[in-house]
Design a protein around this ligand. Structure first.
Ligand SMILES: [Zn+2]
Length: 348
């Protein structure tokens, strides 16, 4: 899809991918003071289009979007290939990411390799070395378990593949399955067992360990703090209370900024707590209201950043810690992976 039509594409909500007066006001009031000059985004995507779903997003478009939403900042990316819907294959998305990296990656960018649990360990190893990926992206929709939403970690990341990650000292981006996410007793126990057994592997828990609502992270924070090779990234979480729990109690040397741009954070809306779960508002088809209830929504990424900034203000988070979360921790982790005993070469 051409860039021009993408800025108007309905998928992203009212205003498309251009800045509205609402976006500008939110950035000015709640984000500008908080956002450091250098950003490393540990959770981004390039993706192929699917019918009735997101349009194609190239790395060139992702970078243009970042220049627009993060003015006067630089931003490097970790790119996560992920097959969308039932029609896209792992090969397709891995190849598209490789092609985009070759064309548009800048110094400092990095990528993961999407691993399906049916792949052999040898194949995964070869592909990691060939693509120079710094780790794996895995996802519950590819789980071998029948009930994919409640799939245990090993059913979409078998131990034979974890052994490769461990041997090469790589990271895994883990979007936890199960309704209770990290609070699920099986998930936290599996994470403790696997991260200790494979101590050279690095585990990054996406979406604040998938704690989109308050009261979850605080239940496991003490256990997470004892796992030195487990990290947490912030993408798509829009609730300031979740960030307060994290900023106050989690080891901030292992917290990293992630956005989930553009796939899950470039549309206008917000992830909100509802009952004992959460839901995204603003997906295509959502009614934004009329008359006195007419809404002027902003991007999910702006909702996330203002939730983080409000929490940071309330707990008086030092600027040094903010810089660590947005840059030092992610850059340090990727550097340590590239300097591991197998000396994975730089992207360039
Ligand atoms: Zn994502």
């Amino acid at each position: 899809m051409a860039k021009k039509s993408l800025s108007k594409a309905k998928f992203w909500g009212p205003g498309g991918l251009s800045l509205t007066p609402t976006d500008l006001a939110i950035f000015r009031e709640d984000i500008d003071w908080f956002l450091p000059k250098r950003i490393f985004d540990i959770h981004t995507h390039v993706n192929l289009a699917i019918k009735d779903g997101p349009p194609k997003v190239s790395l060139e478009l992702l970078k243009q979007f970042q220049k627009m939403i993060f003015p006067k900042r630089t931003c490097n990316n970790l790119l996560l290939p992920v097959p969308l819907g039932n029609s896209q294959t792992s090969d397709q998305v891995n190849q598209y990411t490789s092609q985009q990296v070759r064309k548009f990656a800048e110094r400092g960018d990095a990528r993961l390799f999407f691993a399906d649990p049916r792949m052999s360990a040898t194949f995964v190893r070869e592909q990691i070395l060939q693509t120079r990926a710094v780790g794996l992206k895995v996802y519950m929709t590819r789980a071998t378990a029948k009930n994919k939403t409640e799939a245990p970690i090993r059913s979409f990341l078998p131990e034979r593949i974890i052994k490769v990650v461990d041997e090469l000292g790589l990271m895994v981006m883990l979007h936890l399955s199960k309704r209770k996410a990290i609070v699920d007793p099986g998930n936290i126990r599996d994470l403790e067992v696997l991260s200790k057994r494979y101590s050279n592997s690095k585990w990054v828990l996406a979406h604040c360990a998938r704690c989109f609502r308050p009261g979850m992270f605080e239940q496991v924070v003490d256990r997470l703090n004892t796992l030195p090779n487990v990290y947490v990234e912030t993408s798509a979480v829009c609730d300031p209370l979740v960030f307060m729990e994290i900023f106050k109690n989690y080891d901030l040397s292992r917290l990293m900024f992630g956005s989930d741009n553009l796939l899950a954070a470039g549309f206008r809306g917000r992830y909100i707590e509802c009952g004992l779960f959460w839901l995204p508002i603003g997906r295509p088809g959502f009614q934004w209201g009329q008359g006195i209830f007419a809404m002027q929504p902003t991007f999910v990424i702006y909702e996330q950043l203002r939730a983080m900034s409000r929490a940071a203000r309330l707990v008086s988070l030092p600027a040094k810690d903010i810089r660590r979360v947005f840059w030092d921790n992610a850059v340090g982790l990727i550097k340590s992976i590239r300097q591991s005993k197998h000396k994975l070469p730089d992207q360039h």
